[in-house]
Design a protein. Sequence first.
Length: 272
Amino acid sequence: MIRAAVIGWPVSQSRSPLIHSHWLEHFGIDGDYRRLAIEPDRIDSFFARFADSGLAGCNVTIPYKEIAARAAGHRQPIVERIGAANTLWMENGELCADNTDGVGFVANLDERAPGWAKIPGEALVLGAGGAAAAVVDALVERGFMVRIVNRTLSRAEALAERYPGRASADVLSAANRYAVTAGFIVNTTSLGMKGDGAIDLDMSVVPSDAVITDIVYVPLVTPFLQAATDRGLRIADGLGMLLHQAVPGFARWFERRPAVTPELRALIEADL
Ligand code: ATR
């Protein structure tokens, strides 16, 4: 039996077991994917002894994505660039690390908002945390000029500095100014999650052909996405990013490339 897991602290919120179990069943693979809650004082030894864990690999969630990147002996270029990993596997006796959040983000938009990257204008990213790092990297790769706005300016600046001439930083309250010329806007902050405060962005200034997305997927339609919908803008919710980021890990561990189907999406939606 091939075993994989998602590790985190806490990890009970993770929907990854539902996704991978669905694919295991679909392919009829003798495999197992489960949540593994690892206490902070055990995480270093967990990585050090990974080869003896019986796992083919794992996904990594909060708060271990940075530690995972450092613990790996071999890192994909994206992990080197953003310093965080969400997918690990063993290869030739070495722990290898990838970060699939960016490819998941892009695949979701390609599926839910075709043509999103060809709309004239800049990309406006709200937030500058761990999730924003993967999103900004993917947007620069797609050729966007990226405006990063964040409550804490220094975090936005540190992120923008990685992409000279391709990204700039400003305070969160400047969002409306950049929204006027944006072709694409994404919320990567935790605002809007389960009734938290909402993003203060005036959708009436946003160009009518812009695409709006949120990486928050509980609720599926955040107040931010609802405001965009009310204004008649095209939106993509955040659930697809979660589904698509899972594909490369499954393909590595179980050696079959799964698809993100409407059936899978409905299964996870029913669990939100
Ligand atoms: P993640 O890895 O999920 O991105 P994170 O690194 O803690 O989590 O980042 C959370 C993001 O949400 C940050 O951009 C954070 O802004 P700060 O860098 O200023 O902390 C943003 N955020 C969280 N709560 C917020 C709030 N009440 N108002 C505005 N921004 C908020």
